[in-house]
Design a protein around this ligand. Structure first.
Ligand SMILES: C[S@@+](CC[C@H](N)C(=O)[O-])C[C@H]1O[C@@H](n2cnc3c(N)ncnc32)[C@H](O)[C@@H]1O
Length: 227
């Protein structure tokens, strides 16, 4: 894991500045999630759940909608989708996916299917999905911009790209704390200081809405409609 922390990289305008003070490699992220798969639902389950519920409610998924969930993990969202839609969930971690498959089997979630895949190289054709959703993933991956571009590519025109995530606070003190702890938080699966304006500028995303979710309301639900 490399660390770059110079003022030069952090400053500058949104189109060019570093998204975080930390960088991680895909192998490192995969190892972290292979290790925490067994405890994920206890550690990241209840605290992040209000945001998951708000996101699904806001999506107002109609019958027949095909949803791609990027970074589906243990499948904690799967039972929240209406059964009259179709859900494809992808993840890098085989151990997280094993848990998701157990959930599908035990709950009879026949509208859901899974695939092991890297979100930076989605094996789907352009314009394949009505909704492409990444809950709590974009600050986990080494290259958030590449993931966002892939999400946009596989979303159909008029469809929605939805990102639920924690981003660096606009409050200067909180922002400094998040930046300071980010090199530590990567070891438990995420960067704490992802810069939202820089991410949106570099991924060329133009949200139609951005709402604060969870308690405290420190996470953001970003909705983009593909042109
Ligand atoms: C914090 S968990 C989120 C799980 C679930 N979406 C939720 O709501 O709790 C992040 C997930 O992203 C996955 N992930 C990390 N990097 C990835 C990548 N490059 N491609 C696909 N999945 C990735 C991890 O394996 C992990 O399951």
């Amino acid at each position: 894991m490399a660390l770059f922390d110079t003022e030069t990289r952090r400053s500058g305008d949104a189109a060019t500045r570093a998204l975080s003070v930390t960088t991680v490699e895909t192998d490192f992220v995969e190892k972290v999630y292979q290790n925490i798969a067994k405890v994920y639902d206890y550690t990241y389950g209840p605290t992040l759940h209000p945001g998951r519920l708000e996101a699904i409610e806001k999506m107002a998924i109609r019958p027949g909608t095909h949803v791609l969930e990027v970074g589906v993990g243990t499948g904690i969202n799967l039972s929240l989708y209406p059964r009259n839609c179709r859900v494809t969930g992808i993840d890098l971690s085989s151990k997280m996916l094993e848990r998701a498959q157990e959930r599908i089997d035990s709950k009879g979630l026949h509208h859901c299917e899974l695939a092991e895949m890297d979100a930076t190289q989605l094996k789907f054709a352009d314009n394949s999905f009505d909704v492409v959703y990444a809950p709590y993933v974009i600050s986990v991956v080494p290259d958030p911009v590449a993931v966002a571009r892939e999400m946009y590519r596989v979303c159909r025109p008029g469809g929605r790209v939805i990102i639920l995530n924690h981003f660096k606070s606009a409050n200067p003190l909180m922002g400094r704390i998040e930046r300071a702890i980010s090199p530590m938080t990567v070891h438990i699966g995420f960067t704490a200081d992802l810069d939202l304006p820089a991410f949106l500028a570099q991924a060329d995303l133009h949200p139609v809405s951005m709402e604060k979710v969870n308690v405290p309301r420190m996470w953001t639900l970003v909705t983009v409609v593909k042109d």
